[in-house]
Ligand binder design. Structure first.
Ligand code: ATR
Length: 281
């Protein structure tokens, strides 16, 4: 039921039809009996600024932002949080009634919460973490880990120059490795995170010498389609604990929901099962 008091939030991406966020947020809204709605938007790729201007001043409470708008979302905002600045990307825009827009990023919260759920006891401050990839997802993960007190982040990438650029842009102990030196980068780590697009259905596979990680290392993949990527399967076969990208997706949605609707999502609805059903269907 849409009423005169319905609070509107949404997600902007292009394409956006594949996004699981409407499913997750609307399931929570329904279960909690909140008078709110969460809508998908697909603005023109080069018109994001105008799209956001059209929402200023009370049309919408907030907006999640996904590919390809995560970086441009920073430049349209009047204010940028520390974690969005560190990630050089936003996944959340919050709209004040007076027209101001604040960019935030809850992906790092989602990443760390997914570890807490699926690899309890993992301590980001205890050992270096290796990240595969040097795009926006990798930079966001590296920044979140450093903010959480990770002593050292190792960026491993096919194109070394991109890994060096990420390392150079972040404050802290961040080192770049070519993919050929992944074994060296994996030595002594507490976790290895795949933040490349490899492993996505239809994309090339990732060659990673996970056997070079300590037995206690956690293997995490940000890709969630398929839920168990070849990278996670390799980790599992080696006996490593694994964390999947779907848990990160759900966990980044929680602080967004709290910002939009002013309360914690209800626990009684199993959004992971709902999302899995959609992914499989
Ligand atoms: P995003 O911003 O979403 O993280 P991106 O900027 O396109 O995406 O970055 C994709 C990452 O996946 C890059 O690190 C890319 O490596 P290169 O920088 O060498 O291009 C990495 N990547 C994609 N496919 C890969 C593959 N088959 N093997 C290894 N790395 C791959």
């Amino acid at each position: 039921m849409i009423t005169g008091r319905t609070v509107v939030a949404g997600v902007a991406g292009n394409p956006v039809a594949h996004s699981l966020s409407p499913l997750i947020h609307n399931a929570w809204l329904q279960a909690a009996g909140i008078d709110g709605i969460y809508v998908p938007f697909a603005p023109e790729a080069d018109r994001f600024d105008r799209f956001v201007d059209g929402l200023r001043g009370g049309a919408i409470r907030g907006l999640n932002v996904t590919i390809p708008f995560k970086e441009v979302a920073l430049s349209v905002a009047d204010e940028v949080s520390v974690r969005a600045r560190g990630a050089a990307a936003a996944n959340l825009l919050v709209f004040d009634a007076d027209g101001r827009v604040t960019a935030d990023n809850t992906d790092g919260i989602g990443l760390l919460a997914a570890f807490r759920v699926q690899a309890p006891g993992f301590d980001p401050t205890a050992a270096p973490v290796a990240i595969l990839g040097a795009g926006g997802a990798a930079r966001g993960a590296a920044s979140a880990l450093l903010l959480a007190g990770c002593p050292e982040v190792r960026i491993v990438n096919r194109t070394l120059a991109r890994a060096e650029a990420v390392a150079g842009a972040l404050h802290g102990q961040v080192f770049a490795y070519p993919i050929g030196a992944a074994g060296e980068a994996f030595a002594g780590v507490g976790a290895v995170i795949n933040a490349t697009s490899a492993g996505l259905s239809g994309q090339g596979e990732l060659e990673a010498p996970l056997e070079a990680t300590p037995e206690t290392a956690v293997v995490m993949d940000m890709v969630y389609k398929p839920l168990e990527t070849p990278f996670l399967a390799q980790g599992r076969k080696l006996g490593r604990r694994t964390v999947d990208g779907l848990e990160m997706l759900i966990r980044q949605a929680i602080p967004s929901f709290e910002t939009f609707f002013g309360r914690t999502p209800p626990g009684e609805v199993d959004v992971r099962a709902l999302a899995l059903k959609t992914l499989e269907g």
